[in-house]
Design a protein around this ligand. Structure first.
Ligand code: S3P
Length: 172
């Protein structure tokens, strides 16, 4: 089985995915890290040197490779993964269970302001107000993709431990 976590940047996909994989005894794959290893450079460098279209093509190809594996994996996607190519269709197969980690824009702003440097889509936004405005619009555009996950978890006031427990309970 493949358990995928999706959601906006800063929604905790990687942290929660790691913990979940540990508890379930599954392999953990973070799609961004996987891309960085395969491409031999950071996501920021890919955006800067090759552009977003190149990144989205690679993201789709590597997602396809991972989904085709017949093993137990917890897979944390990038924030934009469900919104490009036919990635949602790839996830819509029998052996994949998807969870949308849903946070309010305000919670995302607080988290992302201090860790925006390595995220090329928001790294140029210098004030919290600018980031807030960007996220409000961007999240609105992406919401309909995220909502197509099999399960949606509202995670605003929950700890990592709580969220992992919720997913494990839901699975068994
Ligand atoms: C992106 C999110 C990033 C990364 C890339 C693009 C997006 O992943 O894939 O910078 O389009 O939202 P995280 O959600 O892990 O930050």
């Amino acid at each position: 089985m493949i358990i995928t976590l999706l959601g906006y940047m800063g929604s905790g996909k990687s942290t929660i995915g790691q913990q979940l994989a540990l508890i379930l005894g599954y392999e953990f794959i973070d799609l961004d890290t996987y891309i960085e290893v395969k491409e031999g450079c950071t996501i920021s460098e890919i955006f800067k040197n090759k552009g977003e279209i190149y990144f989205r093509k690679k993201e789709h190809g590597y997602l396809n490779d991972i989904i085709s594996q017949n093993s137990n994996i917890v897979l944390s996607l990038g924030g934009g993964t469900p919104c490009y190519a036919n990635n949602l269709q790839l996830l819509n197969t029998n052996n994949v269970v998807s969870y949308y980690l849903k946070l309010l824009p305000g919670s995302l702003v607080d988290r992302l302001f201090d860790e925006k440097e390595h995220r090329p889509l928001i790294s140029y936004l210098n004030t919290k107000e600018a980031l807030q405005e960007f996220i409000a619009i961007h999240l609105f555009e992406r919401q309909s993709y995220y909502e197509q996950a099999l399960h949606t978890l509202k995670t605003d006031n929950l700890s990592v431990k709580n969220i992992v427990e919720l997913i494990v309970k839901d699975l068994y």
